[in-house]
Each structure stands twice: as C-alpha cells, then as structure tokens.
Design a protein around this ligand. Sequence first.
Ligand code: SF4
Length: 110
Amino acid sequence: MPYEVQYQCQRCTACCRWPGQVKVSAQETVQIAAFLGVEEDNFIQRFTRLRAQREGLALLDKPNGECFFLDGRDCRIQPVKPQQCRDFPHKWNFPGWRQTCEATPVLTST
Ligand code: SF4
C-alpha cells in the first residue's frame, strides 16, 4: 500500500516568523476584515502591503520580519488565516524549514 508523509502542525509559529510574504487574496481580505470588524478598505490600508512582484497584496510584516498578526504563539486571525498559512509545509516551505519547524511527520496511506 503506498504511503506519504504528512506533517501535523504543532503551532510552533516558525512559518509565521519566517521573513517572507504572506499572500492574501481578494476574498481573504473580505473575510479577515469582517473577522476584525473593520471595513475592507480600512483593513487593506492598515494591514496589507503590495507583494514584492506587485501582483497582489500580502499581510503587513513587523520590523523583525514576522507576520503582523502573530501574537506570541498565537495567530490573531486564526479562524480566517490565508490559504498560504494553511498550506505550509505541504504545498510550500522555505530553505531549512525542517530545522526550525516542529511539525510532526506522520505516515499516511494514500
Ligand atoms: S496570518 Fe496567522 S498563521 Fe498566517 S503567518 Fe500570520 S500569524 Fe501566522
């Protein structure tokens, strides 16, 4: 029977602290703004920036490079966090992620 490795998130926040960009789609800006109780335009102005390639928006960073919405070991927008956050590390990861990410590898049948 074929198996594959799945990683179970341990909420270590390594991906939230990696100084890359957290892409946010138009639909996600609507959902996050509603969750925060602010107008969408207000959310975009206050909490997003242009992506490096200028093809869309990303969440704001803190000066140290971590995501603006990281609060200690918690995500302040956890119920509506962007798909990119949900996809780590299976659909994307960063160089050396296994050295910092505490996700537990689990063998699952496909
Ligand atoms: S939105 Fe939440 S889960 Fe995504 S990088 Fe920011 S703090 Fe982490």
